[in-house]
Design a protein around this ligand. Structure first.
Ligand code: S3P
Length: 180
């Protein structure tokens, strides 16, 4: 995780990465407003683009198709000149090209939470196709373990969202952005 200051000349976008339930959308929208930047939630944008819920995209087209569309959207955003706060889907870091595109176009903040917190927020995982209903804790744990190094590879900084108010997390992310 290099320091954000090494990337100041190219940091147009503020990328929020992290697991489902880490707080990307909850923090991203008000933060964008505060920073007077555009806001994109890539899942919501994909749902609008396809006219389908994420769970329907997974069941009808499959995960590889979803990942391709997700990467296409991410590349478009990364290459755009207008600065955005982007709340990404939890699996965006699976693609090495996605990680590079984010790193090369902005400041990447990894919103982090422990397993119990993530499960508490995601609940019964309605609309989260990768979290099995049979054993959501084990599914989430496995994803967390599999992805840990990828989040670390993509991120400039890690910010905990455990037991913290949204305003508090926002203030920390804003400080990182201002000092990038
Ligand atoms: C996914 C996370 C989801 C969504 C899709 C896959 C993942 O987004 O993109 O269900 O692979 O972790 P959120 O992280 O916004 O829940």
């Amino acid at each position: 995780m290099p320091s954000g200051s090494q990337r100041s000349d190219m940091a147009r976008h503020l990328w929020l990465i992290g697991m489902m339930g880490s707080g990307k959308s909850s923090i991203g929208a008000p933060l964008a407003e505060r920073l007077d930047m555009g806001f994109v939630d890539t899942d919501a944008a994909l749902e609008i683009q396809t006219g389908m819920a994420i769970s329907a995209i997974f069941s009808e087209h499959g995960e590889p198709w979803f990942r391709e569309e997700e990467s296409r959207m991410l590349t478009r955003l990364a290459e755009g000149d207008e600065p955005h706060v982007v709340a990404t889907g939890g699996g965006v870091v699976l693609g090495a090209a996605n990680r590079a595109a984010m790193r090369n176009s902005g400041l990447v903040i990894w919103l982090f939470a422990d397993l119990a917190t993530l499960i508490g927020r995601v609940g019964l995982a309605e609309g989260r196709p990768l979290i099995g209903r049979a054993n959501p804790v084990a599914s989430m744990d496995q994803l967390l373990v599999e992805r840990y190094d990828m989040y670390a590879d993509a991120a400039d900084a890690q910010v905990s969202t455990i037991d913290r108010e949204i305003a508090d997390v926002m203030a920390e992310v804003e400080q990182l952005w201002q000092s990038k």
